[in-house]
Write a protein that binds this ligand. Structure first.
Ligand SMILES: C[S@@+](CC[C@H](N)C(=O)[O-])C[C@H]1O[C@@H](n2cnc3c(N)ncnc32)[C@H](O)[C@@H]1O
Length: 275
């Protein structure tokens, strides 16, 4: 196991408690978990305080755990591909950047090529920059204030503290990217988060969801593990292709493409536009 993953298992092991509590939690809810983000197996197992409604608020009160979690997110897939290693994905983002900035004051120089929403300490922004070092414009990292405060970024990447349940401050970027974020949120919150992004998007902007897209039947064991972990921690889930399609349609998007960029890890990127 990678070193940081090891530390994470030791220190954020409260997710293990959530898994142990899951059977009792499910029984209590008649095997029909509530969509409430505060009533989770994680909360039941860890006796959280009233201001620790979600796992992320619990982390906020524990800076050491939060630090480990954020480092873990940068390196839990050592050597893994990112969607930005895929030329088709890069072409779609650069085409969108051309179109969006052609209509905006300041053109490419003032444009934003990618907003990484809930991007942790900026590892995916750096991976994107590496693939398109001369695209122009700015890459924006968004996350909670206490998380972006610890991001060490290079030129061309800016940080913006954001609560994505409340707003999306960057208007008219070429692409709005989420990796492993929306599977943390039940549908009612995901619709809210997507609604803010939709309102900020240009007609040619892309929504990019870097997620596992489960088949409707016969999911791989990695996918079912992710699904159970999300259920235990956050009352959330890994979604099937049909579920993603329905959720995006309800939130005012049309799916253009789903690219499986790393088959063995079941990782894919959903590319959608606002309707
Ligand atoms: C599972 S991590 C994914 C991090 C990163 N995207 C990655 O794939 O490595 C979820 C991220 O969502 C952020 N987050 C949680 N609640 C948030 C909120 N209300 N507003 C902004 N970011 C939030 C967390 O701080 C965390 O960085």
């Amino acid at each position: 196991m990678h070193d940081s993953a090891n530390q994470c298992v030791n220190r954020v092991d409260n997710s293990g408690l959530a898994m142990l509590t899951l059977p009792a939690f499910l029984r209590r809810h008649n095997y029909n978990p509530p969509e409430d983000k505060s009533d989770t197996a994680f909360a039941q197992g860890n006796r959280v305080t009233p201001d620790e409604v979600t796992f992320f608020q619990w982390l906020k009160n524990r800076p050491e755990n939060a630090k480990t979690f954020n480092i873990f997110m940068t390196s839990h897939r050592p050597g893994a591909k990112t969607p930005f290693d895929n030329p088709e994905v890069i072409k779609k983002i650069t085409d969108a950047f051309e179109k969006v900035t052609a209509r905006r004051e300041g053109g490419k120089a003032k444009g934003v090529s990618l907003v990484d929403i809930g991007g942790g300490i900026g590892h995916q922004c750096k991976a994107f920059k590496k693939q398109v070092p001369n695209l122009g414009g700015t890459i924006v990292l968004e996350d909670l204030e206490e998380v972006v405060a610890n991001a060490e970024l290079e030129d061309g990447i800016e940080k913006v503290p954001v609560d994505f349940l409340a707003s999306q401050p960057i208007q008219g970027a070429a692409s709005y990217y989420f990796r492993s974020v929306l599977h943390n949120w039940p549908d009612q919150y995901t619709r809210k988060i997507l609604g803010h992004v939709r309102d900020a998007m240009d007609q040619d902007s892309l929504l990019l969801l870097d997620e596992m897209v489960l088949p409707d039947r016969g999911a791989h064991r990695y996918e079912t593990q992710l699904d159970l972990t999300m259920l235990a921690l956050l009352n959330a889930e890994a979604r099937t292709r049909t579920h993603w399609n329905e959720l995006l349609t309800e939130s005012g998007f049309e799916v253009e493409d789903i690219i499986f960029y790393e088959e063995e890890a079941r990782q894919s990127i959903i590319i959608a536009k606002k309707v």
